[in-house]
Design a binder for this molecule. Structure first.
Ligand code: SF4
Length: 567
């Protein structure tokens, strides 16, 4: 019942250019350094009327005691985000009604709570705390997001102070996990342990976090600001789609350091980040990060929310001007030119068993579309201790990597993951499918994602088990519940964008198909942003049929080791 079922021709799958267009001159854009700080919309007014981070005190002293109905509207729908809190979608309202209901009619009295991990290693104690919060306060829910966060649902305002107390006892936090602020940092999951690492980004991430996280001067940005830092040659932090990325390279004279990228972001107007051509040492990195985020704060566009990401400023300025402003107005010194990162030679999800530089092993494991839950997190803490491993990190691919596994305990660890719902030997589609929150909890969603994707994985494992053994690389399937692209529609081999579709006159949940995307950091020849195949829409209950047909055709038609993006 798809309106088009054929795979695109080879020329159709090439990279699309950036879809961000320069803004028109003439109107004030709300740039603080150019137009002044007078707020030009309600979001900007709310941020200026009360510092967003200050809402924590009201949560602890008023709202947690007096309950949901005591929460002021500007806090509930505005400032709560700065502490990782969003109201979740009311249960039982299907995606077809998302656009027809008022926001308050979609809203439940429970919260989604996002915990940032910032690429740090989660000790067994931290995993136990994360698991305990899930069990005690979130009805067992816990998802690994594609930004290395843990996301809970069903949280009640009364429990938030105790959740913060537990998180902070193990060095975790929800500070600016959402809101117009520096969101959770992506860090290489194998930082400091991989044998082939170019540079260990741990000190850079820690310094940035210690110096700037929770800084009120950085808590009123035009919109969100995403950061990624890696020193691993698999380019494992999807650096092309962050507002700032520092990517490990070796300068021919200065040695290991970072290549600076800015202005990447997806959503409905995707744009890949661009290199400024500048080399940054580990010592300079926190100041360079601080310079770029202040450029965004001071020059970013605030008039229209849908034009407020850094990518729009970069589109207008270009990389040369951006670098010049960074160096002259914010750093006070010139950065040397530097080399680009080499293309990744393997996927950055780190799934499977890999030797560390100290002779121990790290083991990457896949849940199904990031779903873990409290039992899995607590069980993983026990398993890590039982085999004498160190810790675990989350990945940008909704996976988890166990670190520091002794060589003679690897088999025991791998076997112990299975009963926890994790596997170090996932099928091709379990490995390469990610899904956003979707209609189950997200107020913006139109279509179910997690359960749909889990069903598709199970179907494809049955139908394509033998065939996928002949494919050298995973084929990435990213399932999104609306056009916002939280699960990276445009950078997947097959990206699905949730919408209500009409088939034979009947409306039903389905997906617009987007084909041929890919990031260099996913261990492949990048397809860039890929492209939407106009008219190619698939009902939600026919996704497995569609993907099966597509993969069979690719496997039969491809030329040698031609990748999906090249096909
Ligand atoms: Fe919600 Fe849409 Fe983001 Fe999915 S892509 S989490 S449905 S806003």
């Amino acid at each position: 019942m798809t309106t088009q079922t054929t795979a695109p021709a080879a020329t159709d799958t090439g990279a699309a250019p950036s879809r961000v267009r320069p803004s028109r001159a003439g109107k004030p854009n709300g740039q603080w350094k150019v137009d002044g700080t007078t707020p030009l919309n309600r979001n900007e007014e709310v941020k200026q009327e009360g510092p967003p981070l200050a809402v924590r005190e009201r949560i602890e002293t008023i709202y947690a005691h007096q309950g949901f109905d005591s929460i002021a509207d500007d806090d509930l729908h505005g400032r709560f985000r700065w502490w990782g809190l969003y109201t979740q979608r009311k249960q039982g309202i299907d995606g077809g009604r998302t656009a027809t209901l008022e926001p308050h009619e979609l809203e439940d009295r429970y919260f989604m709570l996002r915990v940032r991990s910032d690429g740090q290693a989660l000790t067994p104690a931290a995993l136990r705390v994360l698991g305990g919060i899930s069990t005690d306060f979130a009805r067992g829910s816990a998802d690994i997001t594609d930004r290395q966060n843990i996301q809970y649902h069903w949280v009640e305002i009364e429990d938030v102070p105790e959740i913060w107390r537990r998180l902070e006892s193990v060095g975790l936090e929800t500070t600016t996990a959402c809101g117009d602020s520096p969101r959770g940092f992506l860090g290489s999951p194998v930082a400091g342990i991989a044998a082939d690492e170019i540079i260990d980004p741990t000190p850079v991430l820690l310094r940035i976090k210690q110096r700037f996280l929770g800084d009120p001067d950085l808590a009123d940005l035009p919109r969100k600001f995403k950061t990624a830092v890696t020193g691993h040659p698999s380019l494992d932090v999807v650096h092309e789609i962050n507002d700032i990325s520092l990517v490990g390279v070796v300068h021919p004279e200065l040695g290991p350091g970072y290549d600076l990228w800015v202005g990447g972001a997806l959503s409905t107007t995707p744009r890949l980040g661009e290199r400024l051509g500048a080399f940054v040492t580990a010592e300079q990195a926190p100041d360079v990060w601080h310079g770029v985020i202040r450029i965004f704060r001071d020059y970013g566009y605030r008039r229209l929310r849908n034009k407020a990401r850094l990518k729009f400023l970069l589109a207008d300025w270009g990389t040369e001007k951006f670098r010049d402003v960074l160096e002259t107005e914010y750093l006070g010194y010139r950065l040397p030119d530097g080399p680009p990162p080499a293309p990744a030679t393997r996927p950055g999800d780190h799934v499977g068993v890999h030797e560390q530089k100290d002779g121990r092993f790290y083991v990457g494991a896949a849940p199904v579309v990031g779903r873990v839950g409290g039992g899995t997190l607590t069980g993983l803490a026990d398993l890590i201790e039982r085999v004498g491993a160190d810790s675990a990190r989350l990945t940008a691919h909704q996976k988890i990597v166990v670190l520091g596994v002794p060589a003679d305990r690897v088999d025991e660890l791998v076997a112990g993951l299975e009963p926890l719902g994790l596997t170090a030997r996932p099928s091709l589609f379990r490995r390469s499918t990610i899904a956003c929150t979707g209609v189950e909890f997200c107020k913006l969603a139109i279509v179910d994602t997690k359960d749909t994707a889990a069903g598709v994985i199970a179907e494809l494992e049955q139908r394509l088990g033998g065939l996928t053994d002949r494919l050298e690389r995973p084929i990435e399937l990213n399932v999104n519940g609306c056009p916002n692209s939280c699960a990276r529609i445009q950078t997947a081999d097959i990206g699905l964008k949730g919408q209500i579709i009409t088939v034979d006159g009947e409306q039903m949940p389905g997906f617009q198909v987007h084909l041929g995307g890919g990031l260099v950091g996913e261990g492949r020849d990048a397809g860039g942003l890929g492209r939407t195949v106009r008219g190619l829409k698939v009902p939600a209950d026919e996704v497995a049929d569609y993907v099966e047909r597509l993969v069979r055709r690719y496997e039969a038609d491809r030329d040698g080791d031609e990748t999906f993006a090249q096909w």
